[in-house]
Write a protein that binds this ligand. Structure first.
Ligand code: S3P
Ligand code: PEP
Length: 448
């Protein structure tokens, strides 16, 4: 089942050259944060380029349920915020659909206000671990009542008298870091989060933009992020950059499809997000950065990807994992089309995403004739060389947009078509995936 409806079976077939320009939508991580911080500011924040994927629309609905006004007029989203501590108690269950980012950040944002809220999500989200967020939120004085194993549905009762927290994240997770920082907004004094490995830093950057005092120090313990609580957040005018995690799909499709030459303009290259592109270049991809510049304080460039018949497998450094965590599924597709083995260590977190992404990709790749070995926190894909993947299988997407899109990309270069049981979840992060890929000449169709 797709997250919001009947399953949508899809199929992709070997394509002629992909050519043209791929204008991918706004960044999902930044879009969630823009809505949540807009709702916590005093006055009206405007947002352009917001991703209108279901994950983000669910966060917009949640912000309304907490009392913010959120509406789209023309091409601009307007968020009338209620201020830190101003959230109202929702009179209905908050349904975050398929979105780990949505539910975890919103739990953090309400955890230091004395209100209760009940959260739920789809069958995928209901399997994902929430204790990683509710454990640190308990230190602020919030209480969580959920299903066994810390799963949704779950009610959070926000702290009556929040205290600030010092917390070292036990897993590399920007969602956990962000939940603690958002909760810290409502506590008096300094809240400190320590992360051993750098994860995406959009929350820190955006909090500073909204006028919070937030600083990051790199120490022997890792990155120490300090936030001063109870600020008055100033509304902002935000332009959301395009999503490098969505750009990954047309880029990788072009690299493996004979004769391709695709331009993906204006992609954010924040170093905490750009690990995939570095990895592809190390594999020998013909991937260039054109027109490099700064956009809204972030490095950005136009990406140009051409068919790359000489790619070779590599060992992807474990310390790079956080900067490309959502891109391993599509990297494994490129690895299948390269020569030699690609080894991907240090990726235990892939097992707790929308699906167990190592298992989902390994199973589907094997069905398509590719050898994959795996352990608890690593996997290795044996490349079949350009044009060498047999394909010809029906694979399951497990309610996971990135699994669905990755296998549809594989089908463009495989010898026989690849079918995906349900492409519905693609709408959570990349609602224009099908027309965008069709515009490049890709053979991706819905099946009756
Ligand atoms: O903070 C964010 O916006 C995200 C953090 C990552 O999750 P984790 O925090 O679980 O690593 C990533 O996988 C997700 O797509 C978006
Ligand atoms: C892991 C992802 O999202 P989330 O955790 O927000 O569901 C993703 O988009 O790949």
């Amino acid at each position: 089942m797709s997250s919001h409806g009947e399953p949508i079976p899809m199929k992709s077939s070997r394509s002629g050259p992909l050519r043209g320009t791929a204008e991918v939508p706004g960044d999902k991580s930044i879009s969630h944060r823009a809505l949540i911080l807009g709702a916590l500011a005093v006055g009206e924040t405007t947002i352009t380029g917001l991703l209108e994927g279901q994950d983000v629309l669910d966060t917009a609905a949640a912000m309304r349920a907490f009392g913010a006004e959120v509406e789209k007029r023309g091409e601009t989203w307007h968020v009338h915020g209620v201020g830190v501590g101003g959230f109202a108690e929702p009179d209905r269950v908050i349904d975050c659909g398929n979105s780990g980012t949505g539910v975890r950040l919103i739990m953090g944002a309400m955890a230091t206000t004395p209100i209760a809220a009940t959260f739920t999500g789809d069958a995928s989200l209901a399997k994902r671990p929430m204790a990683r967020v509710t454990d640190p939120l308990a230190l602020f004085g919030a209480r969580a009542y959920g299903r066994s194993g810390g799963r949704l549905p779950m009610t959070i009762r926000g702290a009556e008298a929040p205290v600030p927290v010092r917390y070292a994240t036990p897993v590399p997770s920007a969602q956990v870091k962000s939940a603690v920082l958002l909760a810290g907004l409502g506590a008096p004094g300094e809240t400190v989060v320590i992360e051993r490995e750098a994860t995406r830093d959009h929350s820190e950057r955006m909090l500073a933009g909204f006028g919070a005092q937030v600083s990051t120090e790199v120490t022997d313990e890792g990155r120490v992020i300090t936030l001063v609580g109870q600020p008055e957040l100033r509304p902002q005018s935000l332009a959301v950059p395009r999503d490098p995690s969505s750009a990954a799909f047309p880029v990788c499709a072009a690299l493996i499809t004979e004769g391709s030459d695709v331009l993906v303009p204006n992609i954010g290259l924040n170093p905490t997000r750009a690990g995939l592109f570095e990895t592809l270049r190390e594999m020998g991809a013909d991937l260039t950065y054109e027109n490099e510049r700064e956009e809204g304080g972030e490095p950005a460039a136009d990406l140009r990807a051409r068919f790359s018949p000489n790619m070779r497998g590599i060992e992807v450094p474990a310390e790079r994992a956080a900067s490309m965590i959502d891109e391993y599924p599509v990297l494994s597709v490129v690895a299948a089309c390269a020569e030699g083995a690609t080894h991907m260590p240090g990726v235990r977190e892939l097992r707790v995403k929308e699906s167990d992404r190592i298992d989902a990709m390994a199973t589907g790749l094997r069905a398509c004739g590719v050898s994959v070995e795996e352990g608890p926190d690593w996997w290795t894909v044996q490349g079949r060389g350009p044009g060498g993947v047999p394909g010809g299988a029906m694979v399951q997407s497990h309610l996971d947009h990135r699994i669905a899109m990755s296998f549809l990309v594989l089908g463009l270069a495989a010898r026989a078509p690849v079918q995906v049981d349900d492409g519905g979840p693609i709408a959570t992060s990349f609602p224009i995936f099908e027309p965008l890929m069709a515009g490049l000449g890709a053979e991706i169709v819905r099946e009756a």
